[in-house]
Write a protein that binds this ligand. Structure first.
Ligand SMILES: Cc1cc2nc3c(=O)[nH]c(=O)nc-3n(C[C@H](O)[C@H](O)[C@H](O)COP(=O)(O)OP(=O)(O)OC[C@H]3O[C@@H](n4cnc5c(N)ncnc54)[C@H](O)[C@@H]3O)c2cc1C
Length: 484
């Protein structure tokens, strides 16, 4: 990046722009523990400068300069993703969006709210609850994840089973395009809203979103202990297809619960078993019917036991603390896979096999995100201070991906690290379509380059697969750890 352009931006944005190497280095990582020696030879993750715009006009001002000078721009909000989605690959400008926050307007007649993009889900929920309203859904990273960031990642999470993904709840967004043009995008415009859902910040910068809200209603929570792993999918299916749709439905396998118990996080009443949590919201009559549905599931299933209501409530209250398990670390590696619900039993059986062969101690939990799918997170402990075994550990993440793929699953989220799986995520026609969209909107390829559309040279699926398999074989022969 040319010095005179950096100086121009610093002059215009004063203390909200920095090219200090120390400050810029804070933006070189996300939540994924990937060692420097693997990243630094391949990518320029340290931005040349960080700029913090406070409104749409300033975003446009920065993009115009970037466009004229062909400078890459990487948008970053909560930074709570793990595939280097918001980490630069070619330096340039890191656009920290966190000053663009707050509620702009509430329309109680239409039941919509307009928010600035970097408002977090917890901030929005707090505001709405004070008005007797609530968000229809939010990610389980709500305390840090922003509205714009979650939409850019597609937006499946708590509440999606009942209310659909975030795209289906959005009325409009305000987008700044690469050359600085500002447009309101709806499902009727060209490009339309769906272009931006899961574009992962590669088509433009979203500065405002108008989304639907719901009335704040009472909730009830149930926690089921399930001894037979093969029953998890059928119980989930019965619950999600019942007359009253759950607001939230998730499971954790017995290995996850054992690991939680070891760390002292599991309530005493929970035995050595799998768990299904189901939460409902709605009118009293709906909640009454939901209670009957859950009771019927328990009565009809010998392998299922209903746990105390207080424990169920605690499970709900802890919904934002999925990463607690990391405390058993030092680090955790894993993969999040979008999987057909009916294949869950087979997937978990396969994961058991992988866990045993590579002595990984795999643990899994997942959320039902729509009528057909759940997102399953399967993880294992690793130690990033031990370079060789950690790199081998990274290669074993592919074994989890392969187990998912065998049963119709694909990675949830792409960023940089999941680009080798692009052909699993998209059909050839879909991949061609999103590549055309990128070329149409961002001819100079300046917005968040190096992600989503193409794997970097060394990550070609063939060489990537070969490399991972060789390292996995090393672990199989020499690895320590417990067999299941
Ligand atoms: C404990 C935990 C739980 C999680 N639970 C969920 C979950 O339930 N569902 C889920 O989907 N994910 C989940 N995630 C992943 C992540 O938190 C979410 O995807 C989150 O919504 C990302 O928002 P963010 O503000 O952190 O975005 P960032 O990580 O900052 O960015 C995400 C992507 O969006 C782009 N971007 C961000 N803001 C904008 C904008 N305004 N305009 C254009 N592009 C933008 C970035 O360039 C990047 O590509 C979880 C993560 C953790 C650690």
């Amino acid at each position: 990046m040319k010095t005179e352009v950096q100086e121009q931006i610093k002059k215009e944005f004063d203390e909200r722009a920095t090219d200090s190497a120390f400050e810029c280095s804070f933006y070189t990582r996300d939540l994924a523990p990937v060692p420097d020696f693997l990243v630094d030879p391949l990518f320029k993750t340290r931005p040349d400068m960080v700029v913090r715009p406070q409104n749409t006009a300033e975003v446009a001002q920065i993009l115009k300069i970037a466009d004229e000078n062909r400078i890459p721009v990487t948008p970053r909000a909560g930074g709570s993703t793990v595939y280097f989605n918001s980490i630069p690959t070619r330096g340039g400008i890191l656009m920290d969006l966190n000053l663009i926050k707050g509620i702009k307007a509430l329309n109680k007649d239409e039941m919509t709210v307009t928010v600035r993009a970097a408002t977090t889900w917890s901030e929005l929920e707090e505001y709405l609850n004070r008005q007797g309203l609530a968000a229809k859904s939010y990610p389980s990273s709500a305390p840090v994840a922003t509205i714009g960031g979650w939409f850019s990642m597609m937006g499946y999470g708590v509440g999606s089973l009942k209310y659909g993904n975030l795209l289906s709840q959005l009325r409009s967004i305000k987008v700044v395009f690469p050359a600085g043009e500002i447009k309101i995008i709806t499902s009727e415009t060209s490009p339309s809203l769906d272009w931006f859902a899961c574009a992962e910040g590669t088509l433009g910068i979203i500065t405002e979103l108008e989304l639907e809200v719901r009335s704040f209603t009472p909730m009830c929570h149930y926690l089921l202990q399930v001894h037979e792993t093969k029953s998890i999918a059928s119980i989930i299916t019965t619950l999600k297809d019942a007359a009253v749709k759950p607001y939230n439905l998730h499971f954790s396998d017995k290995y996850y619960n054992q690991a939680m118990r070891k760390l002292g996080f599991t309530a005493g009443q929970i035995e050595d078993a799998n768990i299904i949590a189901v939460d409902y919201e709605g009118e009293e009559s709906e909640l009454k019917e939901a209670a009957e549905i859950v009771a019927a599931v328990v009565a009809g299933n010998k392998s299922v036991k209903m746990l105390n209501k207080n424990i169920a409530l605690k499970e709900w209250e802890e919904r934002f603390k999925a990463l607690k398990l990391k405390r058993g670390g030092p680090s955790q590696l894993g993969a999040e896979i979008c999987l057909p619900i009916e294949k869950l039993g087979l997937y978990l059986k396969e994961i058991d096999k992988v866990s045993s062969i590579y002595r990984l101690g795999l643990t899994s939990y997942g959320h039902v995100v729509d009528r057909g799918h759940l997102t399953v997170m399967t993880m294992f402990y690793a130690d990033e201070t031990k370079k060789v075994s950690y790199v081998i550990g990274l290669s074993l993440v592919k074994k989890i991906q392969d187990a998912g793929y065998k049963y119709g699953g694909y990675p949830y989220g792409i960023g940089l690290w999941n680009t080798p799986y692009l052909k699993r995520i998209f059909t050839p026609a879909n991949l061609a379509q999103i590549r055309t969209r990128k070329k149409t909107v961002d001819q100079k390829n300046i917005i968040n380059p190096g992600k989503v559309y193409k794997w970097p040279f060394l990550f070609h699926p063939l060489t990537f697969s070969l490399g991972c398999n060789v390292m996995a074989a090393t672990r199989r022969i020499c690895g320590k750890g417990e067999k299941r």
